[in-house]
Design a protein around this ligand. Structure first.
Ligand code: URA
Length: 231
């Protein structure tokens, strides 16, 4: 696609991010330090959607830059993708917090917060028009696939997402980081299965787009797999 299209999407995203930044529909809009709109390649084939910004994200105004973000980068690298090549965002753009004795703590976003933020997410999806979407964790998966979605049973399959975009849900990197002992390898194996399916789907959709005329098609090749991501 053209440089003009890239520039158009970049402008659209900047405009939309400024609108999101001005939003104060939820109380967390007054508490957060930064609106964490999202970042990445405006032409990305893959959009990754997490739950909501945590403390580090709130401080820096960027999604997935804490420990979970570092693991996400290794997960993407395992399927040959750089962070900069994908688009990364969250179901809510402000950090959901609870106040405790030691200050503010992260919490999962509430349904009404996700609903208030949804127009921003929908607009992002419409501007970027990714080929594939990956929802990380139950809250993100439920926001697309309904309240009855069970991440342990229903992850790793394709569902029609917004605008019919193929959407898969997998475990959140923060969940992987919370596992101990043998559970770590077991969860990593499941996530690795999901990541490989994401890579294969992207490759298939890109190949379809640039398919040569019938009769001239080359033999399909195995997707390049770098290996199970490390922790
Ligand atoms: N967890 C999320 O779901 N999103 C972030 O941006 C960071 C951690």
């Amino acid at each position: 696609m053209s440089l003009e299209e890239r520039a158009r999407r970049t402008r659209e995203l900047q405009r939309a991010a400024a609108t999101a930044d001005a939003c104060r529909k939820c109380p967390i809009g007054y508490e957060r330090r930064h609106n964490v709109y999202g970042e990445g390649d405006p032409m990305a084939a893959l959009m990754v959607i997490g739950e909501g910004p945590g403390e580090t994200e709130d401080e820096l105004g960027r999604p997935f830059v804490g420990r979970a973000g570092q693991l996400l980068e290794r997960m993407l690298a395992a399927i040959g993708l750089l962070r900069e090549e994908v688009y990364i965002c969250n179901t809510v753009k402000c950090r959901p917090t609870l106040s405790g004795p030691n200050g503010l703590r992260n919490r999962a976003p509430e349904l009404d917060e996700m609903a208030n933020c949804r127009p921003f997410l929908d607009e992002q999806i419409a501007i970027i028009a990714p080929k594939v979407m990956l929802a990380l964790g139950a809250p993100a998966a439920k926001s697309f696939l309904g309240r009855d979605f069970q991440i342990t049973k229903m992850r790793g399959r394709w569902y029609p997402g917004p605008d019919g975009i193929p959407l898969m849900a997998s475990f959140h990197p923060a969940y992987i980081l919370r596992q101990t002992g043998g559970e770590i390898e077991a969860v990593k194996r499941l996530v690795w299965h999901d990541l490989k399916a994401v890579r294969t789907k992207i490759d298939e959709l890109i190949a379809l787009e640039s398919a040569p005329p019938p009769g001239e098609a080359p033999e399909p090749s195995e997707p390049e797999q770098v290996g199970l991501f490390g922790l």
